[in-house]
Structure formats: structure tokens, C-alpha cells
Design a protein around this ligand. Sequence first.
Ligand code: ADP
Ligand code: MG
Length: 729
Amino acid sequence: MSTIRFKALEKSMGRKPLKVKEITARRSDLFGINVFNDEAMLQSMTKEAYQSVKDAISFGKKIDRKVADQIASAMKSWAIQKGATHYTHWFQPLTGATAEKHDAFFETLSDGRAVEKFDGGQLVQQEPDASSFPNGGIRNTFEARGYTAWDPTSPAFIYETTLCIPTIFVAYTGEALDNKTPLLKALQAVDTAATEVAKFFDKKVTKVNATLGWEQEYFLIDSAFSDTRPDIKLAGRTLLGHSSAKGQQLDDHYFGSISDRVMAYMRELEIESLQLGIPVKTRHNEVAPNQFELAPIFEETNLAVDHNSLLMDVMRKVARKHNFKVLMHEKPFAGINGSGKHNNWSLATNTGVNLLSPGKTPMNNLQFLTFFINTIKAVNDYEELLRASIASAGNDHRLGANEAPPAIISVFIGKQLTAVLNELEHVSKGKLTPQEKTDLKLNVVGKIPEILLDNTDRNRTSPFAFTGNKFEFRAVGSNANCANPMMTLNTIVAKQLLDFKARVDGLISEKDMKKDDAIFNVLREYIKQSKNIRFEGDGYSKEWEIEAENRGLSNNKTTPKALKAKLNPESIALFEELNIMSVVEQQARYEIEVEEYVLRIQIESRILGDIARNHIVPTAVRYQNTLIKNVTGIKEVFGVQYEEVAKEQLLLIKKISKHISEINLLIDSMIAERKKANKLTDAEKKAARYCSKVKPYFEKIRYHCDKLEITVDDEIWPLSKYREMLFTR
Ligand code: ADP
Ligand code: MG
């Protein structure tokens, strides 16, 4: 075995679980202790300041400067008392990650003394030197004119010794440069639209929150192994590696018992997360070996998005401590499942009602059906945009690869609700007869079981499934920031609910219909119009691809293709109309995502070329030399008969030469294609070219490298093998 691999294996085998400090406190006592939450605010702030923050959270009211000073002062005292020395505006630039720039509370006075300072101005607004964040041409980079502004709806928290203040990030010219700004606008839009519709059923509703419960999948491998793999270190995934004889075929990892080392990691991760206010709840093994999942209790969407971004950071940090490398790439290993991040989504009123949960009365159920059908209609009308919202180079490996939902967006609702919609569809047009109405209320709407949860059939192949009291958007990638898909989903639902309200109001005022009649009428129309998006069958099947095409649904398998939907006139108009993003902002985002795609493929292509040339080929040559020496020896001993005696060795020598020359030829051609692509100045054309001309070489080069892996002496192979990375814990 190669020295590097041997050392890696030795290091990994010798690792004991890290002792996690025994915390006897109940989980609920740990929860949020490092968060400037309601409790902390109540205890440290004046009534006026407290109320001002509450109003900002509930109604988006502005906080005036004097009050901001009070809040800052309270926040500072709280943070310093908890050991914080620095503060930072914590934001989510368009890299998808989080960003922070720490400043000390410390400041000197003119007389040389030092004080701890942090005022309203520093709380509310900052100007990071942000010239290196992607901006899609909105800002001239040398100007670096962007600022961060406090988002009071997501509470400040202490991470290590830094007070982190969640903020938005915008250019001085007003355009958003981050993921949070459009998300907040979309959440505002869906709140306004959904509140108006909810008022049809309950006048007391004044606010609707979109809720999100994500499920984060990830792999853990020993860092000693990842250290031998430039591909994992630089691209977050393996670009080559022969599959392990045992993979996931036995399904023995799923929900299996968790090893001590992994358990120690999970425990520390959970404790850290809870203290940061992330309500983590479930943990289990996933399908693939060394794959796991972590899910929290759902929260208001903006908060849930922040919490997921923060969690991803905490996961990496805790992993380093435990000598693990955490992989959140969508496809770290070929041949076994990749990782996703299911986004469970619903709408909740300030009166405590989940609008996607069937209720006790027919009226409750009509409300449920209203939001249910409108969501389906929204997905139907904007399926391609929803697909675009989850497009990334990493996710391309997952979608449609028979383990994750296909690249075709469809909605699964289960047998029972399909039956309900089929009945509703046949309601007669116009005013309903009293008989019909009673019948409908009692026999159709009234029959929706109060708790669908237990008897909804699960269809794991659907990208957008109704699961009893929420929709589950399953096509989101594990590495993604949830903000993008959540911004899109909430925007299309907001638009849909606005249309619905207008249609119902129109029927009431123009056709003199009763409210119920009008609602039934519009819902019936929507059911008919959105039939194409509903699919209950096997989403992995070839038949579905054909059928979906006949239905006119999109099937955008690659990121460059999928992203184009963002520039459709309807998409542009949608975000403009609802005031979520201007044309400039939308085009900038498109450009950034297209460029990111190019960069990812370009980087992977370089890494693969380097590994193949610097690791694989030299190792193969070394082994080949051993064989040649062996053959020479045989020749000395056996003379003319050597060809017969050394038959296998001679074949192997030839085989190795063939793979080596193929690898070299393929790399040369790949580099030539890269050069051609790099000459293109149009980002969209470049991305398309990288996708169709450069990327196809990956599989071809890998094929020969993997063949060499199983040919060459295990002793000298330099890269950790799949079986080592996946089955050592
Ligand atoms: P699963 O079978 O997919 O694990 P669960 O009922 O355990 O289903 O829920 C999975 C996720 O759904 C959890 O993260 C949970 O917080 C989230 N969830 C449950 N109810 C809602 C809701 N009303 N809105 C958003 N997310 C929700
Ligand atoms: Mg799930």
C-alpha cells in the first residue's frame, strides 16, 4: 500500500471517539442560550426598545435611530457578559455561503483610554469592503460600494466569541447583492397575499408566515482519507475512484446504529446548534454508507434559512475537531446515493392555523383546499422557474439519477386527495344548488380526513410531494442555500394567491355569487388548469420522461439549460410585478450563477487532469516497471519459453500502456476543449460549451483511471479508496 494511504489508514483506525464534554443540562435548557432572543431582549431592554423590535419583526416597522442606540447598548452588554469580544454583520452573499468581517467592540478615546463601544449606527448599517463578492456586474468592483443592514427578524447570536448580527447586503444603488434581500421581499409578498385569502375564512387572520423545515443530508469521512484526495479537498467530491465491492446494496446503513465516533460528532454538533437556537431534532443514518441526516423543528422561513446556513458552518467546524471531513456536495461518490436537502414548506397564520393542514370542519377544509390547490397551480405555472431555483453543477449529478427526483418538476398528492380533486372538478359551473353545496360540503370536502399524515402514501420519486400537512420540495441540493428555492416558491405562491383573490372577488361582485360558490368555481378551474403537473407514478421511469414531454413539462437536465428559465419574460415580469427583484437584479443573478457553473466545471476539469497525470499515470508506470522487471527475470530463467510463462504479465503491461495512452490523449483533448470554451466571452455560451464539450471527458478519463485502480498493486495506489472512505468510522 502507498505510504500516504498506509499512514492515512493507520491514523484513521487509531482514532477514538472524541470525548464530548458531558452536558447534563436538559436540551431545552441549552436552547438559544447564545441567542439575543425574546427572553434576552425582555431582560436587557427598555419596554420601548423591546416593542420597537417586536413591531419590526411582525409588521416590518422601521426602528428609529435613538431606539437603535438603546438596542445596540443592550446587545453589547449581553454579548460582552457572555464573553464576546467582537461583533460582525453576518450576511449571505451570492456565493451561497455566509460572510462576516469581525470588528472589536474595543475603541480608543483621544486621551488614550480604551472603551468598549457599539452603538446604533454600528448595529444598523456597515460598509464591508465587499469588492470581491459576486455582483454580476451591478457594482464596479473597484468602487466596492455595498452596505449591510440589520435584519431584526432574525435574532443576533454569539458564535464562538463574536456577536453575529444577521444583515442584508445591498449596493448603494439599491440592488440586492445577497440571498436574504429577495427572500425577505418574497416572504412579505406571500404574507400579504395569503393573509387576504385566509380572511375569506377567518377575519382574525392578520399575518401569514411561510414555514420551512429543511432536512440536511451529508457524508462524514475521516479527514486522514480526504487529505490524500485532492479532488475531495478542492472540489468537495471524488472525481474518480473504483466502486467498493460492497456499497449500499444491502441497505444495511439506513437507520442503522450510529458508530461511537459519529455519535460523538453528532452530539457535539447538536449541543452547539441548540445553543445557537437551531432547533435540531432528528438524526439518523441515511441510505449510503457514511451518509447521515439532520433535521430541525420547522421555523419561520427567513429564520430557518439563516439557521441552515449557520448549521452548515457549525457542521464543518465541529467535524474538524473530530477529524472528520463533512461532505455536503450533492454527489460525493459515484455509484451510491448523493445528498439532498428536502425543504418542507407550509403557511401558518398568526391565529395558529397551518393552512395546509386539513381541519375539523368543512369550512376549515375548504380553506385547506384553497391553499392546497393554489400551490399546485403555482407550481404548474412556474415549474421551469422552480427547477431553475435549484440548479447547480453539483445538483446536476443528482436530479434524474435514479436516487433523487428527476429534473422534471411534478406534484404528488396521493390517492385520497386525488379523489377529492376529481370530485371537485365536476362541480357544475356558476352558482351551486343548495343540494349540490350540501353534498359537496358533507361528502367531498367534509370527508377529507382530519389527519392525513398517517395515510398519505409516500412517493419518494416525486420532487414536490404533499405529505399530509406540508409540501416537501425534495429536489433542493444538499449544498444549496435554501434562500433561492424558498424565495422562488413563496413568490410564485404569492402571485397565485393574488390572482385567486382577484378572481373570487370578481365573481362575487360581477356575477353576484356567494363567497363559497365563487371559491368552488375558481378552484374547479384551477384543478382543470393544473392537471399536467400532477403525477402519482414512478418519477424515475423512462415512461414518465416520455409522458412529461407529451404534457409539455420541462425536463432541463443541466444547469445551463435550467437557468435559462430565469430570463423568460414571464419570470422577469413576475419578480418585477411583486417587487421582489428588478430586471437588473435578475440578470445579475443569472450571470453569477452561469459563471459559477463554468468555474466549478473548470476547476473539476483541472483537478481531474492533474490527479490523472500526477498520481495515476506515474503509479501505473511504476507498477508496469515492476512487471517488466518480472518479465525480464522470467526470460532469464525460461529463455525462449518466457512468452508462454509470462503471458499474463505481458498482457497486463500492454493493458496498462493502453490506459495510460488513453488518459493522456483524453486529457489533451479536454484541455483543448477548455481553451476553446475559455475564448468565448458570452457567459451563457461558455457555460453551454463547458457542459457539452468539457464535462463529458470526466467520465471517459475516470473510466481508465478506475480500471488502473483495480489493475495496479494495491500497495502503491496513492489515493484513498472508496471502501476505505466509506466503511471506516
Ligand atoms: P419525514 O417523514 O419527511 O421525516 P416529518 O414529519 O418528520 O417527515 O417532517 C420532516 C420535516 O418537516 C421536519 O424538518 C419538520 O420540521 C418539517 N415540518 C413539519 N411540519 C411542517 C410545517 N408545517 N412547515 C414546514 N415544515 C414542517
Ligand atoms: Mg423528508
